[in-house]
Every structure is written in C-alpha cells, then in structure tokens.
Design a binder for this molecule. Sequence first.
Ligand code: PNS
Length: 178
Amino acid sequence: MAIYPGSFDPPTKGHLDLIARGSRIFDELVVAILRNPEKAPLFSVEERKEMIELLTSGYKNVRVDTFEGLTVDYATRVRATAVLRGIRAISDYEYELQMALMNRKLQPSLETVFMMPAEHYSYVSSRLVREIAAMGGPVGALVPGLIEQRLRAKFGAARKSKATAPASKRGRKRNLQS
Ligand code: PNS
C-alpha cells in the first residue's frame, strides 16, 4: 500500500494523472492531504478531501485521507510501504530528493517512488492554477471541470463582493471634483 501525500490546493490534472498511474502499480493508494496549520489554504482540507473523493470515485483501490505531522509517522500508522511523489521536471528533483532522503533517514523501511505525470502536464502546478484563477484567467486545461467550477465560485464570489464594496475598500481613488 502507498500513500500519495501533498497539499492538493487545488488538485490539478497532473495530480489526477499521477493517481491514475499510482493506482495501476499499487494494490491500494491513499491520497493523503496534509493539514498544515502554517499555510492559509485556498480550499479547506474538507473541501479538498471532498473534491478528490469525487474525482477518484471510479478507482476501487484509491481512498482519500487527511493527516497532520510527519508524513513518515502517518505512513507508519496506516502501514504504507511506499510514498508516491510526482516529478515534473528537473526543477522538482532537488526538493524531492532532499525530502525522500530525509524521510528515509526518519523511517528507513519506507520507500519513496517517483512517477512522471504525462508530459503535457509538466508545467501545471496548484500555485499557478490559483494565481491564474484569481485573476480570472482560463484554467480548464489545467484542472478537472469540477475544480474549475469550484475555483470560479470562489473567485467569482470574491470579485463580486469587491465590486459591491465601497470605493474606499476597493482601493480606487475617487476624483474629488466629480
Ligand atoms: O504538495 P506539496 O505541498 O508539494 O506536498 C509536500 C508534503 C506535504 C509532501 C511535505 O510538505 C510533507 O511531507 N509534509 C509533512 C511534514 C513532514 O513530514 N516534513 C518532513 C519532510 S522531509
């Protein structure tokens, strides 16, 4: 059994591609969402769990969970033998290598398995998706339709409330003579 830990804020087509690949090589795959008290997320952990559950409902051997603390402790608790991580490009490698070796130091029996998502997702990241969606750009090629809708709901609502807020709150200077 393997865990696929991450932030998934929001889940992208790259994450989904990796889940599909992981589900084919592991008997069971647990998508494990980190509860990180240091980060203010766009989607709550509960929202992300629900979204990933909906997106992976077609896989019999995939389930979704949340965890706090060290990944190795969570892996030990659920009796996982491997940690699945995606590597998109060389730029991911250094961080992922450091994390894999540190996890090995903490828990030598736990293996990290790297898989590459499809090359056409190699430039997709949750951070860029958040940035583009926040500015009203198109994210349909980067995230599943469900996530696109949720992003639109989140940022559409934010934009609407900004537009109806008093001008002083919108940060726009009014011409005093008009
Ligand atoms: O999707 P992300 O943000 O790249 O995932 C990073 C994650 C959650 C896998 C990593 O930050 C992590 O494992 N955090 C849990 C705390 C931990 O175990 N830290 C030591 C890592 S060597």
